[in-house]
Design a protein around this ligand. Structure first.
Ligand code: ZN
Length: 464
């Protein structure tokens, strides 16, 4: 025992490989780091009070400075002074992607451009991109959110972080970079691609944390295995994922093959970038929302009316201290549910279930609703297939046809046609039992589905 009464032997050094997860699994959450304990563990009353104060100021800021919102609010007959409770947020107009697109590039900016210190954009598949700007204050808030979620995964200032996200206009690269630097980590800005070099860098620089999309992390894992790199003894111990949803099966596979702990975070360019919410080690299916910076609502995607707490719906976000581009009630189209009970990790900020589907990525196959995440869940539950897959939807003789291409593991591959056909039928049957619609299955040989260094594109809808 030391003079302070703390038994030093019981203190856990979370920078040791596997220690953070082992501590979490043993329920020793008080021994895990929390970046901003005063805020992240404050009472629900205090969180709501902070939110209300910021909401009132944010609506005033927005109304006074952005003509687009002033016009919308005037049309609806709502003034900033009408916002007196958190529930009053419902009086405000929704914002969707088109608002940002229609005002391209600077129409929604609330500060003069000489106050803007950074610009990002998300590439639109159609039309103009979505452009967002940040002033110094916005950059601070962003870094703060990233520092918090990094500590949730057990990242500490002594970590060496290899960034395998692309930099550029995409918010993921720089967003994570600044936040991890704020935490005190050493950044290794590798950028995406050149996979063998990524592994060489992990080895040369003693990288402890990898930032990547989950599909790219798996690719790095596979290439490393082929090169004979031993992930079990590697210095790498944490994966910070983002850029695309990470199904639980994929995460488990990466964790066991790379011997690392992986968490992922949620965010979107329109409201900030990555860092809106992050996964703690106490409940791997949920993510804590940075509630002092974001007011959340969950609404019925059809009607826009809030659903009861804890029920599934579309996430709507109002950033509470976003100065350069304020956004009110942004419709994310992401489906989730949010709970507010205290988490075992000690944090009190509300938790959202990880987003697996968007209201607009639902496929309608012969009248049945199918989400790509359902296909993903079935495939990751089958021994013998890899997490690499593709869904192709086409119209054949006036009928929808859905084909799932799934890549099999080398040990599943066989020269026997009968054996392969039996396996194919098994996959098709499992898919049908969950999707309730018949699916064509094609087995693809190991390595046959193209790997990507960024977001994987799983769905190809060829229908008109
Ligand atoms: Zn937690």
């Amino acid at each position: 025992m030391t003079a302070t009464g703390i038994n030093e032997a019981e203190k856990i050094d979370v920078s040791v490989k596997g220690a953070a997860l082992a501590a979490a699994n043993a329920g020793k959450f008080d021994q895990l780091p929390i970046y901003d304990r005063a805020i992240e563990c404050s009472s629900r009353e205090r969180i709501r009070a902070i939110q209300l104060e910021k909401l009132i100021a944010q609506v005033e800021w927005t109304y006074e400075r952005v003509e687009w919102y002033r016009r919308k609010m005037d049309e609806m007959g709502v003034k900033p002074s009408d916002i007196r409770t958190l529930e009053d947020v419902r009086k405000l107009p929704f914002t969707d992607k088109s608002a940002l697109r229609d005002t391209f590039p600077y129409g929604l900016f609330a500060v003069p451009l000489d106050e803007v210190v950074e610009l990002h954009a998300s590439s639109g598949t159609t039309g103009k991109p979505i452009v967002v700007g940040y002033n110094d204050h916005d950059m601070d808030v962003w870094s703060d959110c990233i520092a918090r979620l990094s500590q949730m995964a057990g990242v500490v200032p002594s970590d060496r972080v290899q960034m395998a996200f692309g930099y550029g206009m995409f918010t993921g690269g720089f967003g994570l970079h600044y936040g991890l630097q704020k935490l005190g980590c050493m950044m290794i800005p590798a950028g995406s691609g050149n996979t063998e070099r990524q592994i060489q860098m992990i080895q040369d620089y003693g990288t402890t944390v990898l930032v990547a999309t989950p599909t790219y992390a798996l690719h790095i894992c596979e290439v490393g295995e082929r090169m004979g790199y031993d992930w079990a003894t590697s210095t790498l111990r944490v994966g910070l994922f983002g850029g695309e949803p990470c199904p639980p099966g994929l995460k488990q596979e990466i964790e066991s093959r790379m011997h690392i702990v992986c968490t992922d975070n949620y965010g979107l360019t329109e409201v900030m970038g990555p860092g809106v919410s992050g996964e703690c080690l106490a409940n791997r299916d949920m993510q804590h929302i940075a509630e002092d910076h974001f007011l959340w609502e969950v609404v019925d995607p059809e009607t826009g009316v809030p659903v009861p707490e804890g029920e599934m719906g579309e996430l709507v976000l109002t950033p509470l201290d976003k100065q350069a581009i304020p956004v009110l009630r942004y419709r994310t189209h992401d489906l989730t549910r949010v709970v507010t009970d205290k988490c075992a990790c000690g944090r009190t900020h509300a938790r959202m279930q990880k987003v697996r589907s968007r209201s607009d990525d639902m496929l309608i196959i012969r009248g049945t609703n199918v989400f790509p995440s359902q296909v993903e869940d079935v495939l990751t539950s089958i021994e013998g297939v890899t997490p690499h897959y593709r869904i192709i939807v086409e119209e054949v003789d006036g009928l929808d046809r859905m084909t799932v291409q799934t890549e099999i593991k080398p040990e599943t591959f066989s020269d026997s046609f009968e054996e392969m056909d039996r396996f194919r039928a098994l996959v098709a049957e499992k898919l049908k039992s969950v999707l309730l619609v018949g699916v064509r299955v094609q087995l693809i040989e190991p390595g046959g589905i193209e790997r990507t260094t960024g977001k994987a594109k799983h769905v190809e809808d060829r229908r008109k």
